[in-house]
Write a protein that binds this ligand. Structure first.
Ligand code: NAI
Length: 267
């Protein structure tokens, strides 16, 4: 049986993924701000170092997979924190854990992006570049400035919307660029992303109110239902399997058809 590190295990998709993998007989090392094996704030450099150090100690330097799921939504008032948690959290943690994934011989990594990267028209290109260049402080400043520049009404409702969509856009681009680099691809470490749509977790229910009508949701929901955390956990499990050996750099939309409805001709 395999050993997997999962972030965000205290709630939502991370909790469901931990349950799914443990039920399949695997060892799960959970990371979160609270109620987890390892307590760490992945929005800070220190927290990422702590998390990586404790994961490596627990797995003995050999890790079969990582699911970087922890994240925040667009209603977080601090746009800088949105960038640090949603982009630099998974990126830095995975960079720190890559050698342990390589040591397994068939390492697997999956991150949780969002279909907001392609369905929200507020991507800040300069912020994407700063993120991909690894400039966390400059990215934080830029995210705050971009939030200030949002129309006041929108900012009052979802202050972190631009930073949120941009963090997930940059994360998807990082996955595609990184997955094919020799340090990952030729070490047998596969790296993919899941782009969920509206999934009924505390994050989504907190930002859009209690269970609404999917047909009244701001983006189209072709299947007529919201996702459940288990719908994401299913694909997390698939991406972490050793048999998933010919897929890397992929972005899988698990969104009830929202992205296809909004961008039917995008490939
Ligand atoms: P959730 O709020 O139920 O769970 C997120 C978990 O991440 C929580 O346990 C929280 O404590 C943890 N977390 C947040 N900040 C952290 C930090 N600084 N350090 C360590 N842990 C931290 O949310 P959900 O919905 O399960 O979110 C999982 C991922 O899915 C996030 O990356 C989110 O952006 C993404 N997502 C969610 C969607 C939805 O509709 N629920 C849609 C698209 C993407």
């Amino acid at each position: 049986m395999a050993t997997f590190a999962i972030t965000g295990t205290a709630s939502g998709m991370g909790a469901a993924s931990a349950v799914t993998l443990a039920a399949a007989g695997h060892t799960v090392i959970g990371v979160d701000l609270h109620d987890a094996d390892i307590l760490a704030d992945l929005g800070t450099a220190e927290g990422r170092e702590t998390a990586a150090g404790e994961i490596l100690a627990r797995c003995g330097g050999r890790l079969d997979g990582v699911a970087a799921i922890a994240g925040v939504g667009p209603s977080l008032p601090d746009a800088a924190a949105v960038m640090s948690i949603n982009y630099f959290g998974p990126v830095r943690l995975l960079e720190l854990l890559r050698p342990a994934l390589a040591a397994s011989g068939a390492g697997r990594a999956v991150v949780i992006g969002s279909n907001s990267a392609t369905t929200v028209p507020m991507i800040d290109d300069e912020l994407v570049e700063l993120a991909l260049a690894g400039e966390e402080e400059a990215a934080r400043e830029r995210a705050r400035a971009a939030a200030e520049a949002m129309p006041a009404g929108l900012r009052a409702m979802v202050p972190g919307l631009s930073a949120y969509a941009t963090s997930k856009f940059a994360l998807a681009r990082w996955v595609r660029r990184t997955a094919v680099s020799p340090e990952w691809a030729r070490q047998g470490v596969l790296l993919n992303a899941i782009a969920p749509g509206a999934v009924r977790t505390p994050l989504m229910l907190g930002s859009t109110g209690p269970d609404g009508d999917p047909d009244a949701f701001p983006t189209p929901m072709p299947l007529g239902v919201f996702g459940e955390p288990e719908d994401i956990a299913f694909w997390v499990h698939q991406f972490l399997r050793p048999e998933a050996r010919f897929t890397t750099g992929a972005i899988l939309y698990v969104d009830g058809g929202t992205d296809a409805a909004m961008r039917p001709d995008a490939q």
